[in-house]
Design a protein around this ligand. Structure first.
Ligand code: COA
Length: 378
């Protein structure tokens, strides 16, 4: 196999077809079931987008009413799951809590061993409905606070914020959060989605596939980057009284030093997009609104300073995690909660892929080229 060409990281390898989404790096576009994600973010709610990803079409008003009623009925934190979460240390990473919760919800589901298309759709919606309560309660218990019961008069995003903070959410904040949920929902064969498809290809169950996907998303080269962005901001130093210009100057110096030391700066670069991430302008607009809403121009200074210095030095553009991190920070989420928010959104994309994989399955089992010692005797 000496002349075998190895595609490290499967870079550039087309593994299968998908009708869920299309990432086109050349035109810098992302389509969910044919619709540009920017248009979905401008005109639809996250619930409508979830329905679209699962069913292939946007819902009619009646379909949406039935769908949202199902989601609202599944929002409460199952007491048995809460008890399980309470056994985990409060310094366990929230992604570990999420991953454990997905596994527990799978083992407790009344359709646990049923992987029919109907059962998978039920399990996907149930898991999607249940995850915000897990993420919200986990942040609260770290602060010594108790569960906030869900409200069925609120949409998905408003209720997520309500369960996290126990305060009536502000419309503008809800809108920015909803946009982030739409943008995070789906992105073709990224590492965690591919993980979910590999697990599904063995005819394992939906919750096992999602649990594995959460493990893949945790890493800083993937979803964990939104947290890592905030660690960068913290390292530079967030000074709420500082001017935009001063913050930008400090951020620029930090980036120049980091690049001189050949550091990888999280929140920049992408395996597929080499000339900017199609989702960034929409998320950046949401961040701008939050910066204005909370009156924190110095955060924009840090954001601009890093972006401009990276562009000048290496022409590497920000990815979605770059504007998402400071947006969640402004909303009051603790930094380790950022990637679990991503989980809550991406459950939609993962499970759409799981159902697609199951419908036209082939075991995913690539080959390797051996480069260890030649055959020898003991
Ligand atoms: N900071 C500094 N340099 C970076 C960089 C970053 N965030 N991303 C890429 N580069 C540089 C690499 O150092 C490399 O330079 P070299 O050719 O001089 O060695 C070059 O750009 C190619 O990077 P590489 O890591 O090989 O590309 P990839 O396609 O494998 O990587 C990522 C894609 C996402 C893994 C990579 O850009 C990265 O690690 N980004 C930070 C993590 C992140 O934000 N992840 C979220 C993705 S949505």
């Amino acid at each position: 196999m000496a002349d075998t060409e190895i595609k490290k990281g499967l870079a550039g390898v087309v593994v299968d077809y998908t009708a869920v989404s299309k990432v086109n790096a050349e035109t810098n576009s992302l389509l969910y079931r044919g619709y540009p994600v920017q248009e979905l973010a401008a005109k639809c709610t996250f619930e409508e987008v979830a329905y679209l990803l699962w069913n292939g079409e946007l819902p009619t008003p009646d379909q949406l009413a039935e769908f949202t009623a199902r989601e609202r009925a599944g929002r409460a934190l199952d007491p048995a799951l809460k008890a399980m979460i309470d056994t985990l240390p409060t310094d366990a990473h929230p992604m570990d809590v999420c991953r454990t919760a997905a596994s527990v919800l799978g083992a407790r589901h009344n359709l646990a061993e049923d992987s029919s298309p109907e059962a998978n759709m039920t399990k996907a919606v149930d898991l999607w409905a249940a995850m915000p309560a897990v993420v919200a309660y986990d942040q609260r218990r770290r602060r010594g606070e108790d569960v906030v019961e869900p409200r069925d008069d609120l949409g998905y995003s408003a209720n997520f914020l309500w369960m996290t903070f126990g305060e009536d959410p502000v419309d503008e904040v809800v809108a920015a959060f909803d946009v982030s949920m739409i943008l995070y929902a789906e992105h073709s064969f990224n590492a965690s989605t591919f993980t979910a498809r590999v697990v599904t290809s063995t005819l394992s169950d939906l919750h096992s596939a999602v649990t594995a996907a959460i493990g893949a998303l945790k890493g800083p080269l993937h979803g964990g980057a939104n947290e890592a962005v905030m660690h960068t901001f913290d390292e530079i130093g967030i000074r709420p009284e500082e001017s935009l210009e001063d913050a930008a100057a400090r951020a620029k110096t930090w980036m120049e030093d980091a690049l001189a030391q050949k550091k990888k700066v999280m929140g920049f670069g992408h395996r597929v997009y080499k000339d900017g991430d199609s989702r960034v302008p929409t998320m950046k607009a949401a961040l701008d609104k939050m910066i204005a809403h909370y009156g924190r121009p110095e955060l924009l200074g840090l954001y601009n300073g890093l972006e401009q210095a990276m562009d000048a030095a290496k022409a590497i553009k920000p990815n979605l995690d770059y504007p998402a991190g400071p947006t969640y920070h402004l909303m009051g989420f603790d930094t380790p909660t950022f990637t679990p928010i991503f989980v809550a959104s991406r459950i939609t994309g993962w499970t759409a892929h799981i159902m697609e994989q199951a419908a036209a399955n082939s075991l995913i089992r690539p080959l390797s080229a051996y480069n260890g010692p030649g055959q020898r005797s003991v």
